[in-house]
Design a protein around this ligand. Sequence first.
Ligand SMILES: *Cc1c(COP(=O)(O)O)cnc(C)c1O
Length: 450
Amino acid sequence: MENISLEEKDLKYIWHPCSQMKDYENLPPIIIDKGKGIYLYDIYGNEYIDIISSWWSNLLGHSNDKINNAIKSQLDKLEHVIFANFSHTPAIELSEKLVHISPKGLDKCNFSDNGSAAVESALKMAFQYQFQKGNTKKTKFMCLSGGYHGETIGALSVGALDLYAKIYEPILIHSIRIKAPDCYRCPFNKTRDTCSTECFMYAEYEFEKHGAETCALILEPLLQGSAGMRIYPKEYLQKLRKICDEYNVILIADEIATGFGRTGKMFAFDHAGVSPDMMCISKGLTGGYMPMSVTLTSDEIYYAFYDDYNKGKAFMHSHTYSGNPLGCSAANAVIDMLLNENIIENAQITAKYLTEKMNERFLNHKNIGEIRHIGLIHAMELVVDKKTKEPFDAEKRIGYEIYKKALKKGLILRPLGNVLYFNPALIITKEQLDTSIDIAYNAIVEVLGE
Ligand SMILES: *Cc1c(COP(=O)(O)O)cnc(C)c1O
């Protein structure tokens, strides 16, 4: 083996995700050796607070004893088995639990191995459902502007973030985009307190025009994560539920980022008191341990595929690692902990503390336009001018500059453009949040001044 540093070797052989690799010339990848709780440790022993839960996936801390043990004991029994015609106890137990904790009316679990794949599965199912119901003109998907549903061609087609999708436009499926709520820069000049979901008229407009040709609408409920942690009211979901029913459009909830307590309830849809027809989950599902995802559907949808084999109605879709037993065992441990240890309830108490402290510390800063939050997720939008809400020029990469400063001080922030956010494991303590706030504040001041 070549005698160069690990960092050099990394860059010689690895093409990292979602990165301009040239950036690594100045800031090589940090090589992580181990993790415990909310902390990560690099090979030189430096400690970092993982305030973004390793891409929003690490739900209950790194190297969690109960999840570790669940995977270890499963590993000694069965690592994997084909999931067509075969099954296993961890998947059966997990599916029962998922149906039990999910919004009412979600009855069946279809397994994939990452979030984008769960979305692909939902889109294909929705189309095939409508087709098999005789609604052959329903061939379009609807989505919200600013939405993010993953990186595969289908998922990108219902995503609406130019940063990820623009270049591929010529090869994407054409989807109908509804102008999404934008509660910080409300086009109706309302605030969160005075809102009556006026912007729902954009949805009504698109449904009137395209509802008849639409098979399904997909959205991130209450929180558009990748768009910059944009948070919108539950009334919007309730209205969408109604209009989807009127136009016979399947409502797909992408709860990949919002599921498992991230928003203060088990699922974001629980806030709205209505159910989607399908739900995609991943990220927190295994506590951030194993690549696994599930598409849940109603029985109504499931039975549109249920017939004699030769009718050709089955959902002929598979992934090699569907229902992987190690992933299921991790997910079972996660759900058991969420249900038995008051984790979501306690995280809500911590969240309230975080809201107070963040407001105290950041709200008066000249460049912090808004602090918005749901559950433990707290986001700060940086602006040039608080009155006009003028955003920083993206080319300045203000977020990235702050990220680099915070990293030196031991906090992993990884902003979305001009939006800094905390999305920590649900088990984070008030003291750990205090430290994170201190570091974030100092990093902001180093880049933008007091
Ligand atoms: C992360 C994410 C996805 C994609 O999941 P991957 O596992 O990265 O493919 C889809 N939708 C939402 C809302 C996400 O946050």
